[in-house]
Design a binder for this molecule. Structure first.
Ligand SMILES: Cc1cc2nc3c(=O)[nH]c(=O)nc-3n(C[C@H](O)[C@H](O)[C@H](O)COP(=O)(O)O)c2cc1C
Length: 366
């Protein structure tokens, strides 16, 4: 039973012991509490934990690889994962938010009166200006920082780098945001250039470390996501990213519309089904033979096994299901399926708590 879920896979020169991955998940927890969550998930048997949103700069010291405090924290996370025979990846990202437009609303956000999502139109407008007006010198510094951060991540103990194709890579990719008229704008090839150069910088800095790329797909009719790559552009982006050094793809809906679309609740109008983003994996696999990891509403062993067995995806990542039950994998292999606490995709204590600066967790927490 569940032979595909249990089977190992090779990504670059990294062997994963099974096909189940903890998707990048920012929790906003105090570090001691965050460590406990990560430890629980590693003990639960997953093969890889992706640490979400590891910045390539040192604006927030405690999260920065470039700062002693941040570096030490990441080192501890790597040690925790490795103790459980679990691999660990750093999701390298650079924010594309112009925080000066959020600052005037900070008190209202902190008091829960509004969420950042309510500010989406003005944040998006500022993002477009940021991307469109960035100088070549500024771009080069960020690209270099991807390489430097990758080197530090490997030094801290990370086994893999995930380049976050959303955030700045995603807004450079998207003609919704990117209105540049130089070599970084206009055509899909030019809009892919920033992401490709970030991947190349990582590849050069850590030649032996596998690179995963979180590929955000935007769709039209109906329109979901604002950053990222539309389906017709995948034919350009995927081969370019692969040529730059990407070893595997992690495919999801693009960001910068509502977060409730990329992290959809069960009764979402469009993405309510289990495996809601797998149709984008089908599109990506037309252009690459590299392993593809699916994510989005995955919860049941039967469904996941079927997707792996059919070859539709090579790995399955879960965020909320592993928050609901960190022992999901162990329960599957020990045939204790009935005791799995199934995520009901309510978002109440995970996403909404994070957005409202309340205590992060899961409704299933004891
Ligand atoms: C609380 C929370 C925080 C998240 N943080 C990140 C993040 O830092 N980086 C990222 O790429 N995705 C992030 N995600 C998105 C997840 O990786 C995943 O794509 C999404 O939740 C859909 O998968 P799921 O249905 O298994 O939860 C987050 C999701 C949740 C619920």
């Amino acid at each position: 039973m569940y032979d595909f879920i249990k089977s190992p896979i090779q990504i670059g020169n990294l062997k994963l012991k099974n096909r189940i991955i903890f998707a990048p998940t920012t929790m906003g927890l105090k570090f001691e509490d965050y460590k406990k969550r990560i430890e629980g998930i590693a003990k639960g048997g997953v093969s890889l934990i992706i640490i979400g949103d590891v910045p390539v700069d040192d604006k927030i010291k405690s999260l920065s690889l470039f700062n002693d405090e941040g570096f030490e924290r990441y080192k501890q996370l790597c040690t925790i994962a490795h103790k459980e025979d679990c691999k660990i990846a750093a999701q390298l990202h650079v924010s594309d938010t112009d925080f000066s437009v959020i600052m005037p609303y900070m008190n209202d956000i902190k008091s829960g009166k509004i969420t950042r999502e309510d500010l989406r139109p003005i944040i998006n407008d500022a993002t477009s200006k940021l991307i469109t007006n960035m100088t070549i010198e500024e771009i080069n510094v960020i690209i270099e920082n991807f390489g430097k951060a990758a080197k530090l991540a490997v030094k801290a103990g990370f086994d893999m780098i995930q380049v976050h194709g959303d955030r700045m890579c995603g807004s450079f990719s998207s003609d919704v945001f990117n209105k540049r008229t130089d070599i970084y704008g206009q055509t899909p090839e030019n809009r892919a250039r920033f992401a490709v150069e970030c991947v190349k910088a990582v590849r050069n800095a850590v030649p032996d470390t596998p690179i995963d790329y979180k590929l955000p797909v935007r769709q039209e009719n109906p329109h979901y996501g604002n950053a990222g790559v539309i389906i017709d552009e995948l034919a350009v982006f995927v081969p370019m990213l692969e040529k730059a050094g990407v070893d595997s793809f992690h495919v999801a809906l693009a960001n910068h519309s509502k977060l409730q679309d990329t992290i959809p609740i069960k009764n979402h109008d469009y993405f309510g089904n289990e495996g809601c983003f797998l149709k984008y994996c089908d599109e990506v696999s037309k252009y690459t033979d590299k392993p593809i990891c699916g994510v989005g509403g995955l919860t049941t062993p039967e469904f996941i096994e079927k997707q792996l067995k059919s070859g539709r995806i090579q790995c399955a990542a879960m965020s909320r299901q592993l928050l609901a039950d960190a022992n999901w994998f162990n329960k599957v292999v020990s045939d204790d399926i009935d005791s799995i606490k199934h995520c009901i995709r309510c978002n109440k204590k995970c996403l909404y708590s994070l957005q409202q600066h309340k205590e992060f967790g899961c409704i299933f927490d004891d």
